[in-house]
Design a protein around this ligand. Structure first.
Ligand code: KPL
Length: 284
């Protein structure tokens, strides 16, 4: 998603530098985006966090478990006004950043755009969706929102981004861990009767926790929304399954882990989600 946003913002006239995990050989390069059978190259700057300078807007699109390290790497080079925008799955990863950079304004982006990696700096923009951006600190829409709405993507301001992030978390809780444990496509969660029963059990718990935590709309719609996402992404392998297959750490602590910490806060129990978290942890 980082490459997708970077290329779209670059084409809207923003000065973009991709901060790569490993130090790049060059200071500029191209990101290739395949979309509707056409490949397009977008010129971007290339950099490395420890040498980054003049960072005014930091878009963090790492895995949730890598957010802290990624921001720590750039922190010495960004000033107090620099905006931090998280485009990351899950919830509960921003606390470490807030402790590190207490004065910087923080925003969140949650997206249903479909994009996957084909290679280094090469992605496929597979499906159109919507990106909602908002603040959990009651900040007003920032001036740079116009850069996002000028991209070819459907981007809009979201007044209640916490509810939007929670809704995405609820969907991910019901789909990602189960597909990772059973190494199946999203669609198998509806096709396979036993898995469909498990989805229902997970959703029942997610609905009760959502209600207790004040997310009544998610509580009401989670069963049907999960069914719709399973149908709409039937041939996909969830991001958590891809992490497991690639031997990477998963985002389970920021997805089901966050759900369970919220449940605990409200004195609720969620045994199906807890067992599933333990199963995913034992995979690694
Ligand atoms: O967001 C996803 C993910 O894989 O992380 C879903 C919606 C489950 C699509 O696969």
């Amino acid at each position: 998603m980082g490459c997708l946003f970077a290329t779209q913002l670059a084409s809207a006239g923003c000065n973009i530098t991709l901060l790569l995990r490993n130090k790049p050989q060059k200071t500029s390069g191209y990101v290739t985006v395949d979309s509707d059978g056409v490949s397009r190259n977008f010129a971007v700057g290339l950099g490395h966090a420890p040498t980054a300078t003049n960072v005014t807007h930091l878009l963090v699109s790492t895995k949730a478990q890598d957010v802290g390290a990624a921001v720590r790497g750039v922190a010495p080079h960004i000033d107090e006004q620099a905006c931090i925008i998280f485009a990351t799955n899950g919830m509960g990863y921003a606390e470490e950043v807030k402790a590190l950079l207490p004065r910087n304004p923080i925003y969140y982006a949650t997206s249903t755009e479909g994009a996957y990696r084909l290679g280094s700096l090469h992605i496929c923009h597979a499906g159109r969706g919507q990106t909602r951006i908002g603040s959990t600190e009651a900040l007003p829409p920032p001036p740079w929102l116009g850069d996002w709405t000028n991209t070819g993507l459907d981007c809009r301001w979201e007044e209640n981004i916490t509810a939007a992030l929670w809704h995405k978390l609820a969907i991910n809780c019901a789909i990602n861990p189960l597909t990772a444990v059973h190494r199946c496509h999203n669609g198998d969660l509806a096709k396979n009767k036993q898995l469909a029963v498990q989805v229902k059990q997970l959703c029942d718990e997610i609905a009760s926790i959502s209600l207790a935590a004040g997310f009544a709309m998610t509580a009401e719609s989670v069963h049907s929304d999960v069914a719709a996402v399973i149908a709409g992404t039937a041939d996909n392998r969830s991001s958590m399954l891809q992490d497991v297959v690639a031997g990477r750490d998963t985002e389970i602590d920021y997805i089901t882990g966050h759900l369970l910490r919220t449940a605990e806060k409200f004195g609720a129990d969620a045994p199906y989600n807890r067992n599933l978290l333990n199963e995913v942890v034992s995979l690694g």
